[in-house]
Design a binder for this molecule. Structure first.
Ligand code: AMP
Ligand code: MG
Length: 472
């Protein structure tokens, strides 16, 4: 049977230069590495055999109903505006309406050059494709809004980075691929008609109840104010929060140099190119405000009175700090068993985090130990821990079921960097068992099977991954 995808495309119908039609390149020898059956069903896809799936999800065979295109966008990269980026190695096949009634994008990543490829080859190698598959699916299982991974296909072609590496394509599913940078490009070019069209399209698609431009901006800000504290609650560092990687619908997007922390440190950075530590763990809330300021700036031309708009948007941006703080408090209060935080809970959390930071305590395992009753083995200063523990227990006496709250907030297993690196090394050698094992274990991150206990362990000295590299 041939794979049937019930395409229902809307972006492809937009007039005004938002994209260039572009067919994917034909992979010489595609072979299916993974297909996400549950997600495929949710998208209403009737799947064919492995051969058909690998042809479609490598780009070799464009399925009927697809209208392949590369999207245009710009963006601030590490604070500097790049006036034209765009899908340089990604192709949107089209959209479907999923079984819950939500419109979702189906995009190939690594399927060859587009008009926006600049000097790049438009391809991807196996490492970043498997990394994104594992980490984005883990994020979803952790309950954090994210793009998803539908399929990974090896192309049978060599991709040249520092050495020759096996090529691969990821099929990414997203609420949409519209970014802050998609708005920026039309605002920067003074193309107000296009900006208006894009705004109407995006508001209708993602925030249909939002009232006008201001309501839309507010809704995007709120989504981001939920997302970033959720990342912080699992020790996630995105690593490249450029405005082109900041999605309007509020999903985590772009798993290039991201990483989950092992030992807790507020200023932790993994990305090898983030030399100024702009996108460190603790900077993420400030950066998202900065990114929303860029969106606000791009929306000003749509307002009847620019001065009044700037005043109002500035107020809204100032309000983000408190919203982010309140969301952060909710997330971290749950991690110590408190369902509804009140006065004094902030300092209680801060004291624990200080202790963890001084000890370099493992972020995930410390909170998981609290769920089990005590994290004394995770920190160095035992008398300081005991004092904190007593205060914590006194506070929990007025909570209903703190253990249940913690069990939902503190995963036992996260995608640790050294495990991802080991998985990629094995896959390059043709051994996909670690990839399948990680994917399966991370599907239920709050419960870990006995045989997967080793995946919860922090890296040994030799296993530590000090830096991550962009996913090209
Ligand atoms: P990213 O670092 O993934 O956010 O990508 C930034 C920009 O570089 C986007 O416009 C990408 O499409 C483009 N890009 C990244 N890798 C490649 C590649 N291998 N070939 C062409 N363009 C690329
Ligand atoms: Mg990107």
């Amino acid at each position: 049977m041939k794979t049937q995808i019930p395409f229902d495309n809307s972006f492809a119908a937009l007039k005004g230069g938002f994209f260039t039609s572009q067919a994917p390149e034909v992979a010489p020898e595609p072979s299916l590495l993974a297909y996400n059956d549950a997600l495929g069903t949710e998208l209403g896809i009737e799947k064919g055999d492995a051969r058909d799936l690998s042809a479609i999800f490598s780009g070799a065979d464009v399925p009927s109903g697809a209208e392949p295109l590369a999207q245009l966008y710009a963006g601030h990269q590490f604070g500097s505006y790049n006036p034209q980026l765009g899908d340089g190695r990604a192709i949107l096949l089209g959209e479907v309406i999923d079984t819950k009634g939500n419109r979702r994008d189906i995009q190939l990543k690594g399927s060859g050059r587009t008009p926006y490829s600049r000097g790049g080859d438009g391809k991807a190698w196996l490492g970043p494709i498997l990394r994104e598959y594992v980490v984005s699916e883990a994020m979803h299982a952790l309950g954090i809004p994210t793009t998803r991974a539908l399929a990974a296909v090896a192309t049978g072609e060599q991709v040249y980075r520092e050495t020759a590496l096996p090529g691969a394509v990821l099929t990414r599913i997203a609420a949409s691929h519209i970014r802050v940078g998609t708005f920026q490009i039309f605002a920067a070019r003074g193309q107000i008609e296009q900006l208006q069209t894009l705004f109407e399209y995006t508001r209708t698609r993602h925030y249909p109840v939002a009232d006008g431009v201001e309501g839309f901006l507010q809704a995007v800000m709120e989504a981001q104010c939920k997302l970033i504290p959720a990342w912080m609650g699992v020790g996630f560092i995105h690593g490249v929060m450029n405005t082109d990687n900041c999605q309007i619908a509020g999903e985590t997007i772009d798993y290039g140099p991201c990483a989950f922390m092992d030992g807790f440190a507020t200023d932790r950075v993994f990305s090898s190119i983030d030399r100024g530590a702009r996108y460190s763990y603790g900077n993420q809330p400030d950066i998202v405000i900065w990114n929303m300021a860029q969106l606000a700036t791009a929306l000003v031309p749509l307002m009847p009175n620019a001065d009044a708009a700037v005043t109002r948007f500035t107020e809204m941006l100032h309000g983000m700090k408190d919203k982010l703080r309140a969301e952060w408090l909710l997330v971290f209060a749950a991690k110590i068993g408190i369902a509804a935080p009140r006065e004094g809970d902030g300092p209680l959390i801060a004291d624990l985090l200080d202790m963890m930071e001084t000890s370099g305590a493992d972020f995930t395992n410390t909170f998981h130990a609290l769920t089990q009753g005590s994290a004394k083995d995770q920190v160095i200063d035992q008398s300081a821990y005991q004092a904190w523990h007593d205060k914590w227990q006194t506070r929990l006496a007025t909570e209903n079921d703190p253990t249940a709250v913690m069990a939902r907030a503190n995963p036992a297993i996260i995608p640790r960097n050294h495990r991802i690196e080991q998985m990629i090394e094995a896959a390059v050698q043709g051994d996909f068992a670690p990839f399948h094992r990680l994917t399966a274990a991370l599907a239920t991150p709050f419960d870990v099977a006995e045989q997967d206990e080793d995946l919860t362990r922090p890296p040994s000295e030799q296993e530590i991954v000090p830096a991550t590299f962009c996913g090209t």
